[in-house]
Write a protein that binds this ligand. Sequence first.
Ligand SMILES: Nc1ncnc2c1ncn2[C@@H]1O[C@H](COP(=O)(O)OP(=O)(O)OP(=O)(O)O)[C@@H](O)[C@H]1O
Ligand SMILES: [Mg+2]
Length: 467
Amino acid sequence: MSKNINLLIADDEVTYAQLLGERFARKGFNVTVVHTVTQALIEIQKNHFDLALFDQRLPDGDGLELLHVAKATDPNLETVILTGYGTIESAIEALKDGAYDYLTKPCNAAKLEFTLYKALEKRRLAEQATGLSEALRRQSGAGPIIGQSDGVKKVIEMIHLVLDSDASVVILGESGTGKELVARALHFWGERRDQPFQVLNSAALPAQLLESELFGYEKGAFTGANSKKMGLVEVADGGTLFLDEIGDMDLPVQAKLLRFLESGEFFRVGSTRVRKVKVRVVAATNRNLEEDVREGRFREDLYYRLNVVTIEIPPLRDRKEDIPMLATYFLKNKRGSRSEKELSKESIQALEHYDFPGNVRELANIIERGYLLAKGPWIEPEHLFCSSVKGLRKEALSKNVGISQVGELSSPGDVFWENKEDLSLQAVDKRHIQRVLQHSGGNKTQAAKLLGIGLRTLYRKMEEYGL
Ligand SMILES: Nc1ncnc2c1ncn2[C@@H]1O[C@H](COP(=O)(O)OP(=O)(O)OP(=O)(O)O)[C@@H](O)[C@H]1O
Ligand SMILES: [Mg+2]
């Protein structure tokens, strides 16, 4: 019954942990034994576990912290906490935080086994009840942050440091480095996880709409305001408001945001009634905000008010040691149960030598493409990095996948004529944007530059075309 059950044991008493591990391995569990919080975090983010046994006191932290992260990664993961005498109170806290049970040390192995089986049964029931795939659940929360580089470790450490505080956070990083992922982690790993998480993207909206999206409006506040509408600060009350691309926010809205951050107070557009909410603000940008401040595009006072905590995510080319782990992770998420494909050694090497201007997002796209194009069990470099559009197109078509898999920019004309594609200007526009986005690895700033249009126009078109 315990076949294929992945069990994680985190306990710093090495011999005890190993004995336990062996015991459960004999019962058929796949057991992973670690001795520190850091090792456990890496395992949780790398692998999928069904059950976890955490010692409460670990040399580099607290088993309860681990519980939070583990639960955020997979809400159905069942956890049992091992605790010494004197810490039973906090073990009871752990139950409130979603642990299945706690046991006091030293603990009889039979009892431990019994508790784990009960926890497993609960997990089975919960999974049947929700009927949700893991992927779906992840989408609604925050997926794991994969990586073992010092840069990623520091990011994860910072997230834990400020998780449940009210301080605003600014997340910096190039496009595709995982800013939104970190913003979600700040919300879904912490106490706010059951409260709303709202996103406002300043680059995607024209200035006039930004204020009303943020603070809401009253009926008749402007032409077209046929009924009143709550702003995102109100919708996010008690939770987190993620201000994406904050560097693109217009100056008048910046002034109103500053007042809101200072007091929690705001007015709906067209209203004189002061309203008040409690929202944790997390902002992100791929721009150099300090430079924007120097050049007067960003208010200095707002910059300091927002920038209580900064989390900087290094570009992927500066932490190449994360590439194999990330690549494997993306591939694992792709795999159906049957069609197992692996990255060849050469592929891993090729990836490690590539610079990833589109960062982690680009890596995910490359893996996706390689997975689609590899016919056999091995994904080779030529599946990942395609140099010939025609060759690629042929392969893509033979597999019935969309032309959007094409990895190189070329004159679209011949392809279209050959395939009698929809030649309306709009269709060509859409396809071209798709390709440029593909080429830039999803980096919208870069794509907008290549297309010779503003970022806002790009967002508008992407929305119009449903990209
Ligand atoms: N360390 C990581 N581990 C796992 N997935 C990651 C990691 N970093 C980024 N990703 C994934 O890469 C993709 C891009 O990340 P995200 O959207 O958070 O980037 P971003 O910095 O907000 O980009 P942009 O500036 O273009 O908006 C997402 O699918 C995200 O889940
Ligand atoms: Mg983003």
